[in-house]
Design a protein around this ligand. Structure first.
Ligand SMILES: CCCCCC/C=C/CC(=O)SCCNC(=O)CCNC(=O)[C@H](O)C(C)(C)COP(=O)(O)OP(=O)(O)OC[C@H]1O[C@@H](n2cnc3c(N)ncnc32)[C@H](O)[C@@H]1OP(=O)(O)O
Length: 718
């Protein structure tokens, strides 16, 4: 797990060996301890280089080991022992040096990296802090201000940035091990005291207290309720004010608290969920490892509204040539101005010198005839989409993949009007499409494995977390959103205000509560969908029961008053004019709610934040169980990834299904039963069969549900 070799010229080379990322498992740590000892004892060795095999230095501690008892030599003394060696030790960094990997490198006396290497301390994203001395050594090396940035964000930095910050001693485009060997030969015999970071003072700016206070405020605002960012700032406070040994004690105490927290478990689950969903499988048996994806080099986007423009940019950024089609001249003219500017901005944000893809604009649908894949992004209207698909199937060459960016319409219906229904899939992007990480890839009953594989791979190329989902109204994300929104409206009827509902959800960790979010997206979106579903509109009676179930006409009435959200400057809140961003409580809404309750004979009651959370979140979670039961998502990880990456579910709560497991399935079932008893006309509160089955078998951990569901399905229990 760590190979020792003696190179000519008295250099010992230690190579970490633990594919795929040389994580510091117990065996690797033992290997390092043994090989460092060997190098120390060998009088012929004058210097040491540590590197990783297969072009990767080290991806950090082995996250899989966190679930069990920690065996093998601990990291902290291992790194101290390296720092104390009296022969120069250099880290030769290729690929990645992340987390414990960078902490190991910080324990070495010198760090040499390849120009393409990435470095960082991403522990905060796993609910931890750099607990192998990183929180104390890094600020001593690069100063408190820069260390605060790197440790509280967990961002990966390039070798060039690391060199500028002073983390690296040298960056090379050549073989990094050769360079490191040459380097240590050169410095052999020089004093090492100043290279032992633990012995250095921590460079701090004069206004250190104010810097740390501001950092604390910032992390609390950025990730409300998250423990790890706060602990990172506390560890850096210790680095700034205490001797190294005491700083290390503080680091250890903070790490122990975090390590045992539910948040660390949730964030580590989220890390693995993201990877699990990439290994997609469909009920048909088609999966990522038995379905070939096509490589797309030329694509078209139809419809250049907000979504279409974002999709064009996302495709172009991957180097794909895009034909961007809009039949309305005014919209086309606007888009051909806006899209290149968006592309430049996004390329800049991603540090790309020039956007790699080429975009051509057209008002003629015939111009898509030569592309390999089309993404339709026209208005969310089935008859319009059908018209576009009929047209596409006649103009595109045979074999072209036809995708729809619908947010919930029937993919199969679209496929049915084409000549090759197997080549039709949904690609549901989230606004802004070039920024948001989530992509739902929707397979219909006739979608071919090749079409699904191609869309999944294209999503990955665009840097998205692509999740394969089944074809049902709203797919996964929006299907679960429906009961959540419904409960929020019912809570207003019963006495809550939009602020109270939003505050409870924001306190839980959502960046925006449901009403602020609806104002941002535009209230007319849902209004149109409800009209199409015959739930509201001319001729529909204004009652609180529609289509046999409880219905709240509140959002329809807000729209009827011309309040469509931020775009009209009024919605559930008021804003400083159309397009305003800052939501303020609006007396109109309170008067309106009172009048509404009076009209329907409702008596407002005081509603506690706990009830708001239970009603909104448990209704959403319950629908998640229904989705699993209907096989519209392959496993809970798929649902959780969708909610974390597309709907602002706080990552430190893992995702709705993980959260259900943490709350306790028995408790979720009991509260749903309670609320359903109080609201028997709300079917979404009726506990799902799958939830009942899981509770009946003792509420197994979320990681085992996928297998349980598959077995239950075989035995027709679901
Ligand atoms: C008292 C307890 C003491 C604990 C001490 C606490 C200190 C902790 C310090 C740490 O080091 S925490 C870990 C910090 N490291 C990271 O966060 C890095 C995580 N990994 C990544 O960001 C990426 O994987 C990567 C290294 C940038 C590589 O990305 P790439 O896209 O190339 O591949 P992936 O698909 O992401 O990964 C491939 C494969 O490897 C698995 N994996 C990656 N990193 C780790 C790891 N650190 N431990 C275990 N496994 C890891 C990943 O799950 C994939 O596996 P799969 O089976 O193929 O899905």
């Amino acid at each position: 797990m760590a190979m020792y070799s003696r190179l000519p010229g008295s250099v010992a080379l230690i190579t970490l060996q633990n594919p795929p990322v040389n994580a510091l498992s117990a065996a690797v740590r033992q290997g390092i301890v043994d090989t460092v000892q060997r190098a120390l004892k060998d009088p012929k060795v004058t210097s040491v280089v540590i590197c990783g095999q297969n072009g990767k230095f080290c991806g950090g501690a082995d996250i899989r080991e966190f679930a069990g008892p920690m065996l093998g030599p601990p990291l902290v003394p291992m790194i101290h022992a390296i720092e104390a060696v009296d022969k120069p030790v250099a880290a030769a960094i290729e690929g990645v040096a992340l987390g414990g990997g960078l902490e190991l490198a910080l324990g070495c006396h010198y760090r040499i990296a390849h120009s393409k290497a990435l470095l960082g301390l991403p522990e905060v994203t796993l609910g931890l802090l750099p607990g192998a001395g990183g929180s104390q050594r890094l600020p001593r090396l690069i100063g408190l201000t820069a260390a605060l940035d790197l440790i509280t964000t967990g961002r990966h930095i390039s070798a060039a940035e690391a060199l500028k910050l002073g983390i690296l001693d040298q960056v090379t485009d050549n073989n990094v091990v050769d360079q490191a060997v040459e380097f240590v030969r050169r410095v052999a015999g020089q004093p090492l005291d100043s290279r032992r970071l633990s012995t250095l003072p921590c460079p701090c700016p004069p206004d250190v207290d104010s810097l740390l206070d501001k950092a604390m405020v910032k992390v609390r605002q950025r990730s409300r309720g998250a423990l790890a960012p706060v602990a990172c700032v506390q560890a850096l406070m210790a680095a700034a004010s205490l001797p190294y040994t005491q700083g290390m004690e503080k680091e250890r105490d903070l790490l122990t608290t975090l390590f045992n927290s539910g948040q660390a478990r949730a964030l580590q689950y989220a890390f693995f969920s993201q990877r699990v969903v990439g290994k997609w499988s469909l009920p048909s048996g088609a999966s990522w490892d038995n379905s070939a994806a096509r490589t797309i080099s030329k694509a078209a986007v139809i419809g250049l509204g907000t979504m279409g423009r974002g999709i064009v940019v996302a495709l172009a950024l991957t180097g794909i040539s895009v034909v961007a089609v809009e039949t309305q001249e005014k919209q086309l003219a606007e888009a051909s101005q806006a899209v290149p500017a968006m592309l430049q901005r996004e390329a800049g944000r991603r540090s790309l010198a020039t956007p790699p893809g080429v975009i051509s604009f057209s008002s003629n649908l015939q111009d898509v005839s030569e592309v390999e894949l089309v993404i339709e992004a026209v208005f969310e209207d089935m008859s319009l989409k059908l018209q576009v698909f009929r047209h596409l199937t006649s103009v595109c060459r045979p074999g072209t993949l036809l995708c729809s960016n619908t947010s919930g319409l029937d993919i199969d219906q679209l496929a049915a009007v084409t000549q090759s229904p197997g080549l039709v899939v949904g690609m549901h992007f989230f606004a802004p499409a070039h920024v948001m990480k989530l992509l739902e890839v929707v397979y219909g009953p006739r979608s071919s494995p090749e079409a699904v594989a191609t869309a999944m791979q294209l999503g990955k190329r665009m840097g998205k977390v692509s999740v394969a989902v089944g074809n049902c109204p709203g797919f996964v994300g929006n299907r679960m959103l429906k009961p959540y929104l419904e409960q929020a409206n019912f809570l207003l009827e019963e006495g809550a205000t939009p602020q109270q509902v939003d505050e409870a959800l924001e306190e839980f960790g959502f960046p925006m509560g449901v009403f602020r979010m609806s104002d941002l997206s535009g209230l007319d979106v849902g209004w149109r969908i409800r009209k199409e579903a015959g739930l509201t509109g001319p001729g529909v009676e204004s009652t609180r029961t529609r289509q046999g179930r409880r219905y709240s006409p509140l959002p329809d009435q807000v729209c009827e008053a011309g309040r469509l959200g931020q775009k009209t400057g009024r919605g559930w809140y008021q804003y400083d004019g159309p397009g305003g961003r800052v939501a303020r409580s609006d007396p109109w809404v309170h008067i309106f709610l009172e009048a509404y309750r009076a009209e329907h004979g409702l008596v407002a009651r005081s509603i506690a934040p706990e009830e708001i959370l239970e009603r909104c979140l448990y209704a959403l979670i319950n629908e998640g169980f229904n989705i699993l039961q209907d096989a519209m998502a392959a496993g809970p990880e798929d649902i959780d990834a969708i909610y974390v990456f597309g709907y602002g579910w706080p990552r430190h709560h893992g995702g709705p299904m993980f959260h259900a497991g943490q709350v306790g399935l028995g408790r979720i079932l009991e509260r749903l039963q309670h609320h359903h008893h109080n609201h028997p006309d709300v079917p979404h509160l009726k506990p799902s069969t799958l939830l009942r089955r899981l509770v009946a078998v003792g509420s197994p951990p979320v990681q085992t549900w996928r297998e349980f569901i598959n077995k239950e399905r075989v035995h027709s229990q679901l």
